[in-house]
Design a protein around this ligand. Structure first.
Ligand code: SAM
Ligand code: SF4
Length: 332
């Protein structure tokens, strides 16, 4: 069901309605992906600063009447926060919320997909950078037995739909698996999306030379079959473009933060684990909601203040490698 346009009463200075909230439930993670988190971890947020599930739900309850319809739970790794299933259940009960999604590294999906779906989760995005066990460990720098086909299979069996697989492509690291990932879509109804590596956080060994432009990704996928444009309705409202191999069950998507910006159609804001509303993934525009929330003050004035400051577009392309906060810190 689509909300009437006039339900979106929260608009930024450029007229973009905000109907999509990404919620980071934790800054911690059981992986240490090379492109996201240093091996030794990050200075974790103190527990007292992290929003409780009741507080997260209250933010959503106050945003929903202003037009919020879709939610994504992310992190850090959301599935390592205890009782995540309960949060899904609480959010599902908020009137006006139509769609609840999860971004996960998939490690815990085999046991959690069923309970999450039963609590009201609609869909899942699974990050997977390799189909080879030894390489998964080399990229994630943790050996937790992740296997994409098993994780996505569990999500599918639980009825989560659609299932999207996010692959960060890195030259010389996993770019020789582009065709293997694409080939998965022949038999599985999954949406495999190739993401350009972004220069955020402390990438250490990764540099601009590891960025594989999307045009090159598509060229390599075309080597295994002709790609047709695919603009189906289930493709979401995000920044991806989609294609399909002949007779394939699933689709192939590309997300191009480095070579294109998609800010003009940006309809999202982020809630950090410590209760800050961020209106752009990059840059430092954030408004602290936590104190007002804990005092019991209404949040709408703060929502409006945050939106007034939402930048027109991000400055990523002008920035050097490093110097920006890691996606795990801002709820990527
Ligand atoms: N832990 C969950 C996961 O990995 O899906 C959710 C949080 S993670 C920060 C969200 C997404 O950001 C993942 O798909 C990950 O691959 C992507 N990501 C993190 N750092 C990135 C980078 N430097 N460049 C491109 N994508 C990145
Ligand atoms: Fe963890 Fe996700 Fe960052 Fe990997 S990309 S370290 S799984 S938060």
């Amino acid at each position: 069901m689509t909300a009437p346009e006039n339900r979106v009463t929260l608009r930024d200075q450029f007229g973009r309605g905000i109907e999509y909230l990404r919620i980071s439930v934790t800054d911690r993670c059981n992986f240490r992906c090379q492109y996201c988190m240093p091996l030794e971890g990050l200075p974790w947020l103190p527990k007292a600063e992290i929003l409780r599930y009741e507080e997260i739900t209250e933010v959503v309850r106050q945003l929903a009447p202003l037009g919020l319809r879709r939610i994504r739970l992310t992190g850090g790794e959301p599935t390592i926060r205890p009782q995540l299933v309960e949060l899904v259940r609480m959010l599902r009960a908020v009137p006006g919320v139509e769609d609840i999604a999860l971004s996960t590294n998939g490690v815990k999906l085999p046991e959690m997909a069923g309970p999450l779906a039963e609590a009201g989760l609609d869909r899942v995005n699974i990050s997977a950078d390799s189909l080879r066990a030894d390489r998964v460990v080399a990229i994630a720098r943790r050996d937790l037995g992740f296997d994409l086909v098993r994780a996505a299979g569990a999500a599918q069996a639980a009825g989560l739909h659609p299932i999207k697989v996010n692959v960060v492509v890195m030259r010389g690291v996993n770019d020789d698996e582009i065709a293997d990932f694409a080939a998965l879509t022949r038999d599985h109804p999954w949406h495999v999306r190739f993401i350009e590596l972004m220069p955020v956080g402390d990438l250490r060994e990764l540099t601009w030379e590891h960025v594989v432009p999307t045009a090159e990704v598509l060229e390599r996928v075309s080597a295994i079959g002709a790609l047709a444009d695919d603009a189906g309705p289930s493709r979401g409202n995000g920044p991806a473009r989609y294609y399909r191999l002949p007779d394939a069950a699933g689709t192939i998507g590309v997300i191009t933060p480095m070579t294109h910006t998609y800010c003009a159609s940006c309809n999202r804001v982020r809630l950090t684990a410590d209760g800050r509303l961020r209106t752009c993934l990059f840059g430092d525009h954030e408004v602290l909601l936590r104190d007002a929330l804990r005092r019991g003050d209404p949040l709408e004035p703060l929502f409006r203040k945050a939106l007034e400051e939402k930048p027109k577009e991000h400055q990523l392309l002008q920035m050097q490698v490093g110097g920006l906060r890691a996606l795990s810190e801002v709820g990527g």
